[in-house]
Design a protein. Structure first.
Ligand code: CP
Length: 313
């Protein structure tokens, strides 16, 4: 049995470099299952995974459902619009009622930072944080690391530029924590209004222009502007944002010639990314999505107590 000394996955902060490597290695093994005609192994047969998504999601929710089903777990999906939270039930009451039905793992996405940690203190099931406000999105960071490792052969020593709305990005926070633990050099680039105080304390070099952050980078991670989290406008308009912070061919040429371009999605085409780059040969954005399924299989396997020897079916 692979060693993983955690009941929950609440963030990257609590994980060691060894924990991260365990998940990445296991994710690589599970990735092979997607190439089979029958994409299923019996590893989590009899286990129940509830996906409690109280905030919008395409990639993460679908990916967790596919991951659970590929491991033969029973997957149940609850979304905000179809749950009794719309009738005024609290998140904790909702979770306690779900827990009373004895699931093994609850995957939760919520707009409030700390939601997953709070649930982990009150329910019996293992909790996976699928994104809590601007706090953490640990499986996104893990799939990002998996993608970088696959394309670059390593993570240690690479220079990774994370550009865009750093302030409101749980991905930026989880990414920098994971990448630093695995030995990468991380740069943040954003307009000053989207660069949080204390960003350097996370271990990233910070830039208020994109060009110096891109110089010599091995990997570029572009972030979406999260206007839904703004209280008031933080830059004049998207055209101006794109002019100064959008990734285009001229700016990409500042990176290493073999640099890869990543994005957690959803993309705002023409805002943070020129469509020619989003669809071009340097972009590995859809590979990130594919790897997300394998990484989530690894996480469910480790938390769900997958049977020894059945990781590969
Ligand atoms: N990257 C990501 O979390 O995408 P979704 O919001 O579609 O899940």
């Amino acid at each position: 049995m692979t060693s993983f000394p955690h009941k929950h996955l609440l963030g990257i902060e609590a994980l060691s470099a060894e924990d991260l490597t365990t998940i990445l290695d296991l994710g690589e093994r599970f990735g092979e299952i997607a190439t089979r005609p029958i994409k299923k192994v019996p590893t989590l047969r009899g286990k129940t995974v509830v996906n409690l998504f109280l905030e919008a999601s395409t990639r993460t929710r679908t990916s967790f459902e596919i991951a659970a089903k590929r491991l033969s777990a029973d997957a149940v999906n609850i979304s905000g619009a179809s749950s009794s939270t719309v009738k005024g039930e609290t998140l904790l009451d909702t979770a306690l009622n779900i827990d009373a039905m004895t699931p093994d793992i609850v995957v939760v996405r919520h707009a409030q930072a700390g939601a997953a940690v709070m649930l982990s203190k009150h329910i019996r099931a293992s909790v996976v944080n699928a994104g809590d406000g601007a706090h953490e999105h640990p499986t996104q960071a893990l799939l990002d690391c998996s993608t970088i490792r696959a394309h670059k052969g390593k993570i240690a020593g690479l220079t990774v530029a994370i550009c865009g709305d750093i302030t409101h990005s749980r991905v930026a926070r989880s990414d920098v924590l994971a990448l630093k633990k695995l030995g990468a050099h991380v740069r943040f680039a954003a307009p000053r209004t989207l660069l949080p105080a204390g960003a350097e304390a996370l271990g990233a070099a910070t830039f208020d222009r994109i060009e110096p952050a891109l110089e010599g980078a091995d990997v570029v991670i572009m972030l979406r502007i999260q206007k839904e989290r703004f209280g008031a406008p933080l830059f004049p308009n998207t055209r101006e944002y794109s002019r100064y912070f959008g990734l285009n061919e001229r700016r990409l040429a500042l990176c290493k010639p073999d640099a890869i371009v990543m994005h957690p999605g959803p993309i705002n085409r023409g805002v943070e990314l020129d469509p020619a780059i989003a669809d071009g040969p340097r972009a590995v954005i859809l590979d990130q999505v594919s790897r997300g399924v394998a990484i989530r299989m690894a996480v469910l396997y480790l938390l769900g107590g997958g049977e020894a020897g059945t990781a590969e079916g």
